[in-house]
Design a protein around this ligand. Structure first.
Ligand SMILES: CC(C)(COP(=O)(O)OP(=O)(O)OC[C@H]1O[C@@H](n2cnc3c(N)ncnc32)[C@H](O)[C@@H]1OP(=O)(O)O)[C@@H](O)C(=O)NCCC(=O)NCCS
Length: 187
């Protein structure tokens, strides 16, 4: 988290096919239906899936936490909307230190392999480099998550290094691949 409103990250990003915008507190049921319809798709790789099922009240609280973080200049969690329908979620995160942001994403199972995660990551990389002081964008993928690794690879991110990390989701190997893009290399 950073000092305040002046450091806020963008909250709305239009890509060629998708609208990325912050989840609203009255969209807890939409988020819930989306997650609940994709639990087995997400379980291998997403650490937070172990908290499912969640009540609507818990999801409202979660969205309110995301809203607060965003207003305080921290991470932004976007709903991913295709033709007005929520098909996933993604985010810009400040967890990789000063001068850098990292991108996270997931796409509903019935919308995968259509280039959406690539389109999101491309747009969020451009967005990140528009933020004052950001010189590097990262994507972290578990070494066993071939689908996720395909996204930064396709966009020309550099496979920088592998770090050992306690697995946080059931299919993770515990080896996290750090993909990086420098501002100077992003056109
Ligand atoms: C990983 C995930 C976000 C990919 O989303 P997507 O929109 O299908 O990705 P894209 O269509 O942009 O694919 C980009 C590239 O990734 C690779 N890829 C994507 N899905 C793949 C799969 N199931 N198997 C192998 N490679 C795959 C391919 O190289 C693909 O390029 P191609 O279609 O030209 O061959 C999606 O599968 C998902 O949500 N998985 C579960 C959650 C998750 O793992 N999130 C990421 C945690 S780091």
């Amino acid at each position: 988290m950073t000092d305040g409103a002046d450091d806020r990250l963008p909250t709305r990003v239009q890509t060629p096919r998708l609208l990325l915008r912050c989840w609203q507190h009255d969209e807890a049921s939409i988020l819930g239906d989306l997650v609940e319809g994709n639990v087995e798709h997400l379980r291998p790789w997403m650490p937070w899936i172990k908290f499912e099922p969640q009540t609507v009240t818990e999801r409202v609280a979660l969205i309110e936490t995301w809203t607060r973080q965003c207003e305080e200049g921290g991470d932004v969690v976007f709903g991913t909307f295709f033709d007005g329908i929520a098909i996933g979620s993604c985010g810009l995160h400040r967890r990789v230190g000063a001068g850098a942001l990292d991108i996270g994403y997931w796409i509903a199972d019935d919308h995968t392999r259509r280039g959406f995660a690539t389109e999101i990551t491309s747009a969020l990389t451009t967005t990140a480099f528009g933020v004052a002081g950001i010189e590097r964008v990262e994507v972290h993928t578990d070494e066993a998550n071939e689908a996720s690794a395909g996204v930064p690879a396709k966009l020309g991110f550099h496979r920088d290094r592998v770090i050992e990390k306690e697995p946080t989701a059931v299919a993770e190997s515990g080896r996290s691949v750090i993909w990086t893009m420098a501002q100077a290399d992003w056109c």
